[in-house]
Structure formats: C-alpha cells, structure tokens
Design a protein around this ligand. Structure first.
Ligand SMILES: Nc1ncnc2c1ncn2[C@@H]1O[C@H](COP(=O)(O)OP(=O)(O)O)[C@@H](O)[C@H]1O
Ligand SMILES: NC(=O)OP(=O)(O)O
Length: 316
C-alpha cells in the first residue's frame, strides 16, 4: 500500500538524543538520524508533512527567561513555543535537505511558524499537565515547587515541571501547510503542538497568543485530518505500543481496531504524558475518518507507511 499524503509526528526522543539531553550537538545528531528515515519515506513517493515535539526545548527556554528576567524583559510562554518552532524547523530543514539530496531528490524542506486555536476557558489552563524541560531529583524539584512552580513525579527519570496544556481545536495555518505540501515541499509545521492562540475576548480584533504548551500528538491528529492525510505516523522510541507495559506479561500490539484500543485505554494501559496522548491521537484520527494511524519507532517509519506489518497499526 502506498499513501498519498502522510503526517509524521516526531517525538522528543527522536530529537534530543538517547539520554534526553538537549544540547545543540545532541539535537543535531538526533535530527540527522531522524532525517534519514524521513527521507526514505519521501523517496518512496509519499508526500510528507512533518510535525514535532518541543518539551525539552521549551522547558529550557522558560528557565533561561526566568533566570534572565532581571537583565532583559522576559517573554511569555507562547513566544517560547514560537522560538522552539523556528530553531527546530531550521535544524530539520538543514538535515532533511541534505538527506533528500543524498537520495537524489530535488525536493526541499520548508518550515512554517504555525498557530493552533484553543479555547480560552479550556480546563487545561487551570490544571497544568504538560511535562517540559529537564528532569530533576525530587529534592531539587521541591525547591522550585516552594517558589510556586508545579512539578510532577515522572518515575525513574525523576521529577519534571508541568505547564498548562489546552486541547488543540484547529490548526490556524493549515491552508498554508496544504499549499506548501501541494507545491512539493516537505513541510515542518505545528511544532510543539503549535503556538496556542485564542480568538476570544478580543472583540473581533483577531487572534492572541496564550501561555501554554499543546500536546503535539493531539495536534498531529487534527493536522492529519485537516490535510486529508491517509496515514498519521507517530514516531517515538518504542517499536510498538505495549499492553501491560513494564510488567512480565507485557506484549506488543500489532494491528488493532479503534474499538479494541479504546478498551485498552479505558483499562488504564497507557501512561498519561507519554503513551497516553499518542494512543488518544491515533484513536481520534481514525475515529474522525482517517484510514489508519501507526505508532512506532523512527527506524520503522518507512515500513509503517508502506505496509501494515510495522508498529501498532490502528484502523477502524
Ligand atoms: N503501554 C506502553 N507501551 C509502550 N511504551 C509505553 C507505554 N506506556 C508508557 N510508555 C513509555 O512511553 C514512552 C514514549 O513516550 P514519550 O517518552 O513521551 O515519547 P516521545 O518523547 O518520543 O514523544 C516509551 O519510551 C515508554 O517508556
Ligand atoms: N509539545 C509536545 O508535545 O512536546 P513533546 O512531544 O516533546 O512532549
């Protein structure tokens, strides 16, 4: 099977190196590796629209802002999201253009600063849930909690700061993404779930950025639907979604229907803040009329696009 248009969502694991370090060189190396796999998909004749996470990067920018607040004016979180889109998109463009050229392809990459519409009264503003930035040991995290920040125990790797994360409603810049893809560009867009904007409370004066970080997998599901993609690929660091993850009875899910996967989700199989949103995004895309969604690791994405034998494949 060959797909006409595919949306690929790159997870943080694919962009920051094996230990989660977000140094420029670790990011560059990880993106170079990802670019090779994405170029293989393009080389198979598929139109690719690429989106990506920004959790580590936006959390780090937030810290820089706060630390330098007495020296230069701090900027709001939505500005930080925009800045991560720019940095990641240009890095992906460099690496992907090189990988495309190495495969003899004339196609080029275009990055687009992208806004995502959210509701101003979304409960996600009142109950922060999106993990960003670095992991810290509990004692260090508690120091920041005492300063008013919200941190959460993320298990083995330590504690992580969480910020507001409203539900994405629509991707404001979808028409521009569609135009660039139709013109033959591999488009990098809606990074970090998109810059959250609302159209409420401005008396018809247009959109306004709001301080939050949207889940990129949930935005990817909307983007794939709005672009009429036939497949949504969510690329992370595990080849399959697992049932009973991390226990002796763990087993990989291969092909699965939305009804089966909804049952597993309702039974609490998928962790909030990691596999949970990926599964939810896959379900929403297929339930919304998309033909299939695949959750798999980077090295399997070309196989996941060309057939049904790689990764966890969700169909109606
Ligand atoms: N049921 C599950 N099946 C597979 N992986 C799971 C499951 N539950 C939690 N995970 C964890 O989810 C991780 C992927 O989520 P996350 O780290 O947020 O990905 P990314 O940064 O690539 O978007 C895996 O590395 C794995 O540790
Ligand atoms: N914005 C977002 O979902 O980023 P991560 O995928 O890096 O968590």
């Amino acid at each position: 099977m060959t797909s006409r248009r595919v949306v690929i969502a790159l997870g943080g694991n694919a962009m920051t190196g094996p230990d989660g370090s977000a140094t420029p060189s670790a990011q560059r190396d990880a993106i170079r590796e990802a670019a090779g796999h994405i170029a293989d998909v393009v080389a198979a004749g598929v139109e690719v629209v690429l989106t990506h996470g920004n959790g580590p990067q936006v959390g780090n920018l937030l810290v820089k802002n706060e630390m330098a607040a007495h020296v230069v004016p701090p900027v709001p979180l939505d500005w930080n999201v925009a800045q991560t889109q720019a940095t990641i998109a240009f890095t992906v463009a460099d690496e992907l253009d090189a990988a495309l050229a190495a495969r003899g392809l004339a196609q080029r990459t275009a990055g687009l600063v992208t806004r995502t519409l959210v509701d101003v009264d979304d409960p996600g503003f009142r109950e922060p849930s999106k993990p960003v930035g670095r992991f810290l040991p509990r004692e260090e995290a508690e120091r920041f909690v005492s300063l008013g920040q919200i941190w959460e125990d993320r298990g083995e790797r330590g504690w992580r700061r969480v910020v507001a994360s409203p539900e994405p409603r629509s991707v404001v810049d979808s028409p521009a993404i569609h135009a660039l893809a139709a013109a033959g560009f591999v488009v990098v867009c809606a990074g970090g779930g998109g810059i959250p904007v609302t159209d409420d409370g401005r008396d018809g004066k247009g959109l306004r950025g709001v301080e939050a970080v949207i889940d990129k997998d949930l935005t990817a599901a909307i983007l794939a639907k709005e672009l009429d993609a036939d497949t949504l690929v969510i690329a992370t660091d595990v080849p399959n979604v697992m049932i009973d993850f991390g226990t002796p009875s763990q087993r990989p899910l291969g092909r699965v229907t939305v009804a089966e996967l909804r049952e597993h989700a309702a039974a609490g199989q998928f962790a909030r803040g990691s596999m949970g949103p990926k599964v939810e995004a896959a379900l929403r895309f297929v339930e919304g009329g998309g033909s299939r969604a695949v959750i798999t690791s980077l090295e399997h994405i070309a196989d996941a696009v060309s057939g049904d034998d790689a990764g966890t494949v969700v169909t109606a």
